[in-house]
Design a protein around this ligand. Structure first.
Ligand SMILES: NC(=O)c1ccc[n+]([C@@H]2O[C@H](COP(=O)([O-])OP(=O)(O)OC[C@H]3O[C@@H](n4cnc5c(N)ncnc54)[C@H](O)[C@@H]3O)[C@@H](O)[C@H]2O)c1
Length: 257
């Protein structure tokens, strides 16, 4: 039986860890030819090797999405090595919780914006140039519940760049989707609730915070990466052929409250 992404060339940024890793492995099983890129080349290579071991087709690339030159070369290498690009998944992302402690609020804000928001824009910009040539493509952005609603009381001081960038990705998704609809390019985002990946490790290591986060989701738990990957697979594939400009919560009911 043909996979749900059979033969599609998919580039996943941040593919070396967490949600990117889960999506890369699932997409590989569904017949995609996967380009796993990450700042951490060792991690990206590990994921690509696993896909190949499981009988799939994958390569790894090193690249920093906050660099214009590296975004341009990530897409150019994808086209050179795979022959084009059908799907771009913008999963590379950072949280201010992991900023070097010596940074002040402005350096931290600039860093998170340059990766989460500007990186998503720049990767899309270069991918769209290629997708326009073939008059088809699908972009899946990793936004967040925190791009749709503010942080719950006591979790942020209002100056946290993370919700600022994720709100930007939600609006970028809408705006690009309208501009690119006539080109045959769909642009959607996923808005995951808190999901068990290295990004949230420091939060869930704190037992009180872990319980609080669980209780904020009506389902009473956090998400698993595979649950986000299943939704990404749908949005990336032709099954979602009439869906563009959507920001889909995958959040155990968090944003329904
Ligand atoms: N885990 C969650 O609860 C959650 C919820 C909502 C949204 N998200 C979003 O999903 C995406 C994936 O998050 P995750 O939980 O898998 O995090 P993660 O930390 O497990 O993985 C993020 C990956 O991005 C890579 N990365 C960081 N900076 C980069 C850069 N400048 N260039 C290229 N790669 C870079 C990291 O090396 C890492 O491999 C992020 O955009 C995140 O904001 C996560």
């Amino acid at each position: 039986m043909a996979g749900r992404l059979e033969g599609k060339i998919v580039h996943i940024t941040g593919g070396g860890s967490g949600l990117g890793d889960a999506m890369a492995r699932l997409f590989g099983k569904e017949g995609a030819r996967v380009v796993v890129s990450d700042l951490n080349m060792e991690a990206a290579q590990g994921v690509a090797d696993l896909i190949v071991q499981q009988g799939g087709d994958a390569i790894a690339l090193a690249g920093d999405v906050s660099s214009r030159e590296e975004c341009e070369s990530l897409i150019a290498e994808t086209v050179k090595q795979m022959g084009g690009i059908d799907v771009l998944v913008n999963s590379a992302g950072v949280t201010p919780r992991y900023a070097p402690p010596e940074w002040d609020f402005e350096q931290t804000w600039d860093w998170v914006v340059s990766v989460n928001l500007k990186g998503t824009m720049m990767m899309s910009r270069f991918a769209v140039d290629e997708m326009k040539k073939q008059k088809s493509g699908s972009i899946v952005n990793l936004a967040s519940i925190i791009g749709l609603v503010g942080y719950a009381q006591g979790i942020s001081d209002g100056f946290n760049p993370y919700p600022h960038t994720k709100g930007g990705v939600v609006q970028m998704t809408r705006d690009m989707s309208i501009a690119l609809a006539k080109e045959g390019i769909r642009v959607n985002s996923l808005c995951p609730g808190f999901t068990y990946t290295p990004l949230v490790t420091t939060l869930v290591e704190d037992a009180d915070m872990h319980e609080r986060l669980k209780s904020l989701h009506p389902m009473g738990r956090l998400g698993q990466p595979a649950e986000i990957a299943n939704a990404a697979l749908f949005l990336a594939s032709d099954e979602a052929s009439f869906i563009t400009g959507a920001n889909l919560p995958v959040d155990g009911g968090y944003t329904a409250q």
